[in-house]
Design a protein around this ligand. Structure first.
Ligand code: BGC
Length: 451
C-alpha cells in the first residue's frame, strides 16, 4: 500500500541545527551567538557543556554528507548561523561564513541531497542581544536584512527555506522560563518576543518574495493537547494550552489574529499589537514545517502559570529519556488538525525523533537502539496514514542525524540516528539509521509489512 502512497518526490531527510553540531563557533571571523555566551556562563548548561566542539561538523561536513548519502537520504535540513554571516548581527557581511555554507550546499548537491535551510535555530548574534535581542522592535528588520543576504547567496541552490525554527521555544524557553538562551524570566517579555519573532518571519517572507524563486515557510513545534476529562475546567485548560503553544504562532500567520485565549493567559502582560504588524505577519507561505515529538493530556492546574494547565502523565505508554510520552497517533492528529484549521498547504514533518537510554557506547561496531527503531517505525507509519488520508505531506526529517548538543541538557541526551563518540568524533550509524535506510530504500514498504 505505502509503495503507491509515497511519491518519488517525497523527501526523506534528517535534521540538525548549526549550534548543536558545528563546533568552531568563532572560526573564520564569526561573531559569538547568545548560545555561545550562555554556555560560557557558569551554571546555565548541564556539566558546563558548550558547543565549542560539538560534532565538529564545521570541519567534518564532507564526511557527514557522505554518511547521509550512504543512508540514502535525499534531503537534509540544517540551519545557518546568523553570526557567521553577520558577525555583529547586521551590517558587515563575513564572506568566510558564507563560504562554509556554500561548500556544504555544493557537497549536498554533489550527492543528490536537497537542502532545506532554516535561517534561525535559536542562535541570535550576541551583538544583537546587547541591543535588546528579540525585545528590540528593530529585530524584525535586522532579521530581514540577514535573510536577504542569505537568500541572494544561496537561493539558486536551496529549494526550501524555513524562516524560524520553533518560535514557541525561543519565547517560552528563552524569555519566560529562562532554561534556554538568553535566560530571561519575564511574563511581560514573552508575548513581545513571540510577536517580534512572528514579525521577523513576515519580514523575511516579504524579502523572499522580492529576491527568491523557490519556496519559503515556517517551522513550528506542535504538541496536540487532549483534555484529561470532559469537565469544563479541563476543557478550558486544554484550550488555553493549545492556544499558548500551537495557535499562538499559526493563527497570526494564517488568519491574521492571535487566539482569544491569549489575553486570559497573560493578563496584564498581554499588550495590544498594531494591526499593521498583523498584516505583515499574515503572508502567504509555501509550506509549513511541523516538528512533532509528543502530546499532552491536559488538566486544569491553577498553579501552573501562566497557562494554568498541567500535563497528566500517561504511565501506560512508553516515555523517552526526556520524559516525553511516545504517542505516534498524535503526529497523525496534528497533521490532520493543521489541514482542517489552516487549509491544504504542503506540509513537511521537519523534526521527529527521540532520546532514549541507548547503550552508551559502540560495541562490536554497533549501537543497538530498539526503542528508537520502534519510535521511527510507529511515527513514520503515522505519516503514511496521513498521506493515505490525502494530507499533503511532502517529506519527513528525522531528528537528528547525529547525537549532538541538546541545549541546556548538554551532551547528556542523545537524539541521533548516528552515534557520535565525542572523544574521537567517530560516527557509527545506530540500528535506527539502518532501519531508516531500509524504510527509505523501500519507500515505506518495509513499514507496511511490519503492519
Ligand atoms: C529542537 C531541536 C532539539 C529537539 C529535541 C526541537 O525542539 O528544534 O533543536 O534538539 O527539539 O529537544
Amino acid at each position: 500500500m505505502s509503495e503507491r502512497l509515497v511519491p518519488d518526490s517525497f523527501l526523506w531527510g534528517a535534521a540538525t541545527s548549526a549550534y548543536q553540531i558545528e563546533g568552531s563557533p568563532l572560526a573564520d571571523g564569526a561573531g559569538p551567538s547568545i548560545w555561545h555566551r550562555f554556555c560560557h556562563s557558569p551554571g546555565m548548561v548541564r556539566d558546563g557543556d558548550t558547543g565549542d566542539i560539538a560534532c565538529d561538523h564545521y570541519r567534518r561536513f564532507r564526511e557527514d554528507v557522505s554518511l547521509m548519502a550512504e543512508l540514502g537520504l535525499n534531503a537534509y535540513r540544517f540551519s545557518i548561523s546568523w553570526s557567521r554571516i553577520l558577525p555583529e548581527g547586521r551590517g558587515r557581511v563575513n564572506d568566510r561564513g558564507l563560504a562554509f555554507y556554500d561548500r556544504l550546499i555544493d557537497a549536498l548537491h554533489a550527492h543528490g541531497i536537497r537542502p532545506m535551510v532554516t535561517l534561525y535555530h535559536w542562535d541570535l548574534p550576541a551583538a544583537l542581544d546587547d541591543r535588546g535581542g528579540w525585545l528590540n522592535p528593530d529585530v524584525a528588520n535586522w532579521f530581514g536584512e540577514y535573510a536577504s543576504v542569505v537568500f541572494r547567496a544561496f537561493d539558486d541552490r536551496v529549494p526550501l527555506w524555513a524562516t524560524l525554527n520553533e518560535p514557541w521555544v525561543v519565547s517560552d524557553g528563552g524569555y519566560l522560563h529562562g532554561a534556554l538562551a538568553p535566560g530571561h524570566r519575564s511574563l511581560f517579555e514573552a508575548p513581545i518576543v513571540s510577536h517580534h519573532l512572528l514579525l521577523a518571519h513576515g519580514t523575511a517572507v516579504e524579502a523572499y518574495r522580492a529576491d527568491g524563486r523557490n519556496a519559503v515557510g515556517l517551522v513550528v513545534n506542535l504538541e496536540p493537547k487532549y483534555p484529561a476529562s470532559d469537565s469544563p475546567a479541563d476543557l478550558a485548560a486544554t484550550a488555553r494550552a493549545d492556544a499558548y503553544m500551537n495557535r499562538h504562532y499559526l493563527d497570526p500567520v494564517f488568519r491574521g489574529a492571535y487566539p482569544e485565549e491569549m489575553a486570559d493567559i497573560f493578563g496584564a502582560a498581554w499588550p495590544s499589537f498594531p494591526v499593521a504588524d498583523l498584516e505583515r505577519i499574515r503572508q502567504s507561505i509555501d509550506f509549513l514545517g511541523v516538528n512533532y515529538y509528543t502530546r499532552s493530556v491536559t488538566r486544569d492546574d491553577p498553579l501552573a502559570l501562566p497557562v494554568r494547565a498541567g500535563r497528566v502523565r500517561q504511565a501506560r505508554h512508553a516515555h523517552t529519556e526526556t520524559d516525553w510520552e511516545v504517542y505516534p497517533d498524535g503526529l497523525y492528529d496534528t497533521l490532520e488538525w493543521v489541514r482542517g484549521r489552516y487549509g491544504a498547504l504542503p506540509l513537511y514533518v521537519t523534526e521527529n525523533g527521540a532520546a532514549f537510554y541507548d547503550p552508551p557506547a559502540v560495541s562490536n561496531g554497533r549501537v543497538e537502539d530498539p526503542l528508537r527503531v520502534r519510535y521511527y517505525q510507529e511515527h513514520i507509519s503515522a505519516v503514511l496514514r496521513a498521506l493515505g488520508a490525502g494530507i499533503d505531506v511532502r517529506g519527513y526529517f528525522a531528528w537528528s542525524l547525529l547525537d549532538n548538543f541538546e541545549w541546556s541538557h548538554g551532551y547528556s541526551k542523545r537524539f541521533g540516528i548516528v552515534h557520535v563518540d565525542y572523544e574521537t568524533q567517530r560516527r557509527t550509524p545506530k540500528a535506527s539509521a539502518r532501519y531508516y535506510a531500509d524504510v527509505i530504500r523501500s519507500r515505506g514498504a518495509v513499514l507496511a509489512k511490519q503492519g
